[in-house]
Design a protein around this ligand. Structure first.
Ligand code: GLA
Length: 350
């Protein structure tokens, strides 16, 4: 928990405070850097950021989670958690030195803790300087922070979800046009909305960044060989047969995942769950971004009678899993499954 406040650390009251949530992606994984479709929802956990205009020419950046204050000269990027904040300061054009206090309860690993931090910081800066930026502008700035300051070549899903999604709906997003709409969760038993269950597998993410950038390069190579702008433009997996074996599997994941998202838009909970299970199989076999312990947790969930379907969520290589359960039964299913899971898992939602 946060043992400090902005006032304790910096000796004056903050001039702007903002929050932004993490997200869980229900379907549409590893499609957003090929112009594809995604279906995330916000989770209740959030990052909180407080800002004050500082003095001199050094930013003071305090993480209440780490109980650590970093000093970063204005114009420099810094290390550790600093680039997420100096990136937002730099790209929003905020002048001079700032004092920033951050705290977050978004778990690290698959639930967009970094997008939450970026969006909370950008919201606080928008407030402090009355910046004429809408929620999509903020999301795109957050993505640029990842690319230009953090060095992760992510798609736009996480920042769009943190900026625009809520916990009661799925955000259907076309990551090419940025067209989007909020949809209710699929209808389950007695026609009530199914419930989201999120479990942290406790498997720390290893080599996630290099694995992510490698996958991205592979599907870019596949789209070059197929002579399409992005794999989004491939409708039929038969078109992929000209690709070498590895690129064929990588591209097949993206093409079939896009089809699953589009089918899910009109699916009830039972069919939606089958599509989640198929997504996991594809991420495990074709895209190879899962982890044996995550697979074991997903298998326990898929076998549970209250669960419609389950899969890994986020970039993979460890981290969180998501399931869709019968209405109002998510906590019960989660507790049951965690009792059988040999790892250090924990319930994140509900
Ligand atoms: C990470 C990235 C997103 C997306 C997912 C995988 O969360 O930040 O842009 O590519 O992985 O779907």
């Amino acid at each position: 928990m946060n043992s400090s406040s902005f006032l304790d650390v910096f000796g004056y009251a903050p001039q702007a405070t903002a929050k932004a949530p993490g997200r869980v992606n229900l379907l549409g994984e590893h499609t957003d850097y090929q112009g594809g479709f995604v279906l995330p929802a916000a989770i209740p956990q959030q990052a909180t950021v407080m800002i004050g205009r500082g003095a001199g020419n050094v930013h003071r950046l305090h993480s209440a989670n780490l109980n650590q204050t970093l000093s970063v000269p204005v114009g420099e990027v810094g290390t550790g958690f600093a680039p997420y904040l100096t990136g937002c300061l730099g790209l929003s054009g905020a002048p001079g030195a700032h004092d920033i206090w951050v705290w977050s309860d978004v778990p690290a690993g698959g639930l967009s803790s970094s997008a939450a931090l970026e969006l909370a910081t950008l919201r606080a800066l928008r407030l402090l300087y009355a910046l004429p930026l809408n929620d999509v502008d903020l999301a795109l700035l957050g993505q640029r922070v990842e690319h230009e300051y953090v060095g992760v070549m992510c798609g736009v899903m996480d920042q769009m979800a943190s900026s625009l999604a809520d916990t009661e709906h799925m955000l259907f997003l076309d990551t090419r046009s940025l067209d989007r709409r909020k949809l209710p969760l699929p209808a389950g038993t007695r026609n009530q909305a199914a419930q989201i269950l999120v479990i942290d597998s406790g498997v720390p993410r290893r080599l996630a960044e290099s694995g992510y950038n490698e996958r991205r390069a592979q599907v870019e190579e596949a789209s070059r060989l197929l002579d399409v702008t992005q794999l989004r433009d491939v409708q039929d997996v038969a078109q992929l047969s000209v690709l070498p074996e590895l690129l064929h599997r990588r591209a097949r994941h993206v093409v079939t995942e896009n089809a699953r998202v589009l089918e899910a838009l009109k699916a009830d909970a039972a069919r939606f769950g089958e599509l989640m299970n198929a997504s996991h199989t594809s991420l495990q076999g074709d895209y190879e971004v899962s982890h044996p312990q995550v697979d074991a947790l997903v298998a326990l969930l898929q076998a549970h009678p209250l669960v419609y379907g389950a899969r890994m969520t986020g970039a993979g290589f460890g981290g969180a899993v998501v399931a869709l359960t019968q209405p109002d039964r998510a906590a019960e299913a989660g507790v049951d499954v965690l009792a059988q899971y040999p790892g250090e898992g924990r319930l994140v939602v509900p």
